[in-house]
Each structure stands twice: as structure tokens, then as C-alpha cells.
Write a protein that binds this ligand. Sequence first.
Ligand SMILES: Cc1cc2nc3c(=O)[nH]c(=O)nc-3n(C[C@H](O)[C@H](O)[C@H](O)COP(=O)(O)OP(=O)(O)OC[C@H]3O[C@@H](n4cnc5c(N)ncnc54)[C@H](O)[C@@H]3O)c2cc1C
Length: 338
Amino acid sequence: MKADTEEARGSFKNIWVVAESLGGKVQKVTYELLGAARTLADKRKSELWCIVMGDGVADQAEELFHGGADVALVIDDPRLGRFLDEDEAAALVRLIRKHKPEVVICGATTRGRALIPRVAVTADCGLTADCTGLDIDPENGDLLQTRPAFGGNIMATIRCSNHRPQMSTVRPRVMNALALDPERSGRIIMENLLETEKTNLKKVLEIFRDTENAVNLADARFIIAGGRGVKGPEGFKLLKALAERVNGAVGASRAAVDSGWVPYNHQVGQTGQTVQATVYVACGISGQIQHLVGMQSCDYIIAIDKNPETPMMQLADVAIVGDLFEIIPELVKEIPGT
Ligand SMILES: Cc1cc2nc3c(=O)[nH]c(=O)nc-3n(C[C@H](O)[C@H](O)[C@H](O)COP(=O)(O)OP(=O)(O)OC[C@H]3O[C@@H](n4cnc5c(N)ncnc54)[C@H](O)[C@@H]3O)c2cc1C
């Protein structure tokens, strides 16, 4: 890829957040991204734009302003009621070419991961996926994109100095949304989905939720998570009993998932889910960096481990040294059933 000239780079301005909408409702991750992007836009003395595509989304622009956006760029089209990555990608690339944003940020959600690589390839720019931290060089606008690298053993900060726009995805529940400010307002720009952007490559016939295997780690206030120290599926039954007492969900380390003790949708960490519970109880999890990146922003962390020296025990607000097979049954006994 040939580097852009300095003059060409200088023609790109403003920070964009690509909103995620579901059933016409803008999702929480969008507000988290606006929270992080507001700081970038302020440092760069530029505007924060939110690009929202969907069916019936136009009336949510005001709320995007309350969440930190200066401009809402809206495509409201019944065809976008069901996510079609090809169509949205084509529209987004056109808007990028027209308005030339310096930075484009999108959620590293299932939809974001389908959409944004297409956009990056077509718009001929790089993409840093799954960032856990974002900052910007106020002088030259280089986005400082931090993410785990080399199997999560180091945190790398990546710059794409030669090209604009710069693109990143950020996982949900990593950044903090701003408190909504009803006094804030902004500018709405309406755009249309063009006929040429309607690809007709696929048709969504039905959307249904997999309720059988659902684990709601994302919204759980309490997570009781187990690792290799839980020693097998029987141990996880103990964790489940404790989770039921506190109306919580069961999480797991990759070691427990790889051993086949719990399904993958329980996994927390770099290659699992990122969680932000009020209380996270880590049972027999040593706390390798790949696990910590998925749970370290929980409000209150309790660790139970035989070994007081593990990274998890060092990180925890309360570290209980001992055998989880003795401690957890005691906790279950002490906490009254609901
Ligand atoms: C690219 C990559 C991605 C990865 N992604 C993830 C990820 O998303 N999530 C993840 O979790 N890992 C991930 N890993 C794996 C990670 O590096 C660790 O191997 C894993 O997290 C270790 O799991 P653990 O803490 O359960 O096991 P261990 O490190 O073996 O820790 C077990 C702990 O249990 C304690 N223990 C044992 N018996 C008892 C007992 N009776 N009572 C109390 N404590 C006891 C031990 O003292 C020990 O501290 C990834 C690795 C790589 C390379």
C-alpha cells in the first residue's frame, strides 16, 4: 500500500463512530464508543460524527447528541431493518469517500466484525481489531490503538501514520459511555441508501435467539467463574449452585472450556467475552493476561485460589486463600436461597 501524501492526509478530518442498531434501536455499545471518541475529538479539536444506518433510526439522533455526538449522519431505510453487511458496507464506503473522516471506530460485535473489514478493504485502509484502549496524537491525528498482541502476552500500541482514514474496532463493555446530557444538541445529515448499494446477495428470512444455550454474561451483575482449579464438570455444578444463590451467571477460563467442562459461550477473556459485572468471583483461575483482559473492568473482584501469588489473587479486591471445594459449599450454605 503506497503512503498518502501529507497533503492528502491533511484533507481528512473528524472522528466517526459507526452506530449499531437492532430493531431500530441504537445499542449500548454505540454510547460506549461515543464516550471514548468524544475525548479523541476534543483532543483533535474536531467534530464527533455518529453514522447510524437502520430502519426507523432517524428519531434517535437527539439521543446520540446527548451521548456526545456533534453530528448524526443517518440512513433510515426499511431495507436496513435487517442487517445486510454488503449494503451497509457499500453505503459507508461512499460516505467515507464523500466526507473524509480521519478516524472510523466501530464496535467489535458480531455485526461490526462482519461490516468493517469489508469497509476497510474497499476504502483501502488498515484496520486494528479489538482495541482495548484508544488515544490520539493531537498534533498529527495519528490514532494510538492499543490491543493485546503476540497471544496477549504484550499490549501493543499501533499507529497507521501513512493512511487515512484510520479504522479500529473496540469490544463492547471496554469503554465507558458518558452520562447522557439532555442539553447537548447537534446537526443531522440525512442520506439515502442508493439503488446501486442494494446488492441482493442474500435475504434474511428469519432471526431467532438461541435460548437453549444462552448465557447472559454480558448483563450479569454477578459472575461466578471457574478455571482449571475447578477440576471438572462436577466442580462447575458447585459454581452453578452459588451463581443461582446470587442470581448470577457462570463464567469460565479457556482452560476449563478447552477441557470440555463447560461450553464456549461461558468463556471470558481475549478469545471469549468481555464482561463488566458488579461482582466477579474467580474460582481456581490463575489470571493470565488473556483472561484478565476480559474481566478486569468488573467493579469488585473476589478470587479464591490455593496459591496466593497468582496474578488474579494480586488483582482481586478480596483474595481468599484456600481450597475452593471447601470454601464454595460454605458460601452456598451462608447465602439464603431466593
Ligand atoms: C491466543 C490466546 C488466547 C487466549 N484466550 C483466553 C481467553 O479468552 N480466556 C482465558 O481464560 N484464557 C485464554 N487463554 C489461555 C490463558 O493463557 C491461560 O492458559 C488460561 O487462562 C489458564 O486458565 P486457568 O487460570 O483456569 O488455569 P491455570 O493457569 O492452570 O490456573 C488454575 C488455578 O487454579 C488453582 N487451583 C487448583 N486447585 C485449586 C483448588 N482446589 N482450590 C482453589 N484453587 C485451586 C491453581 O492454584 C491455579 O492458580 C488464551 C491463550 C492464548 C495463547
